[in-house]
Design a protein around this ligand. Sequence first.
Ligand code: FAD
Length: 364
Amino acid sequence: MSHRHSHDVIVVGAGASGLAAASSLHAAGLDTVCLEARARVGGRMLSVATSYPGRALDLGATWFWDGEERIRTLAARSGIATFDQHLAGDTLLQETTGTRRLTGNLLDAPSHRFTSGSQSVATALAGTLPAESLLLNTPVTAIRQVSQHRLTVLTPAGPSHARHVILAIPPALALERIDFHDALPADLVRLARSTPVWMGTVTKVVAHYPAVFWRERGLAGAVFSRTGPLQEIHDMSGPDGRPAALLGFAHARAVRPGFDKAVTGQLARLFGPAAPAPDVLHVQDWSTERWTAPPTVHRLTDYSLLGHALYQRPALDGRLHWASTETATENAGHIEGALAAGERAARSVLASAGLLNGVTTTRR
Ligand SMILES: Cc1cc2nc3c(=O)[nH]c(=O)nc-3n(C[C@H](O)[C@H](O)[C@H](O)COP(=O)(O)OP(=O)(O)OC[C@H]3O[C@@H](n4cnc5c(N)ncnc54)[C@H](O)[C@@H]3O)c2cc1C
């Protein structure tokens, strides 16, 4: 824990949303500290290095789309190279009766990727903060209002105090992991407990191959499957096909003993016995991640709650502000929504501090 225990603002969570908020507030001159439960930044932006220098594979967020200006600008400003998602080739449709080849790519929309992986965006944002303003391995366990002007935030390292707290974690997770001492209004508690965690029930599989063998056969690497375990497959290769990789999404409930073998069996059935076995198979089950998904995650299905009006205004006498992609009114669920929500929370703090003109944003 930082040697100072009193701050203008404490941001809970160092995903895209929390880091965007902390970065804006720090730039505006507020004493801001960002507390992160995990030993890394990025949250649902998680990338693994490959043998190609500077090229990573994403186990969480992968793409951004045209019109998502915050993330596009942030990547450009941070010097993070981007490239277009590979689209060319035919689609495979896998059914119980066999696999059919459909002309053209019927699965992927035009989108863009980060050469160094999406987590590098979070690392770049974290780099805008002084080292003492970002504390890893520091889970927030309780938040208490001690006066009209102050909140106390508890972590295993002890209490800290702030004039404002930004909750940049999925609302349902906040209610599960943080004790608010029954101080939140009942309608807000009900809403937060019911709000889905975006992609929180998904298992992402990344199969790293020696070469993009499917492209050589005129295939896009795009697959719809009615048999599973992977329900959708996409080309996840780097620029020019290096590294060569396919990504698949499975429902987390499909992950049981023998899952890896079922996946490699499915890939072999799809691409034929001549297809090479993957060099590495990464399996990332987000539903069992303590700092992403609450145990109720599978029951949270009302996506109309994303960006709800109650998240747009602070609670606890204007001291507790919501961020996280789930609270965004536009592009909710995406990295873009996470950045927008972080900016909105930062603006809300600055407005309350009478400093609104000082905010910097990731929008052009
Ligand atoms: C498999 C998958 C694929 C995706 N694909 C895409 C995509 O292609 N494009 C796209 O735009 N989006 C995608 N997303 C969504 C995208 O990852 C999220 O919208 C975005 O990363 C959310 O950022 P956030 O800051 O709101 O939340 P998070 O990234 O969840 O960050 C919250 C942070 O808070 C920390 N935390 C949690 N509890 C506490 C606590 N009590 N105390 C302190 N810290 C805490 C967590 O460790 C985490 O670092 C995908 C997500 C997944 C899981």
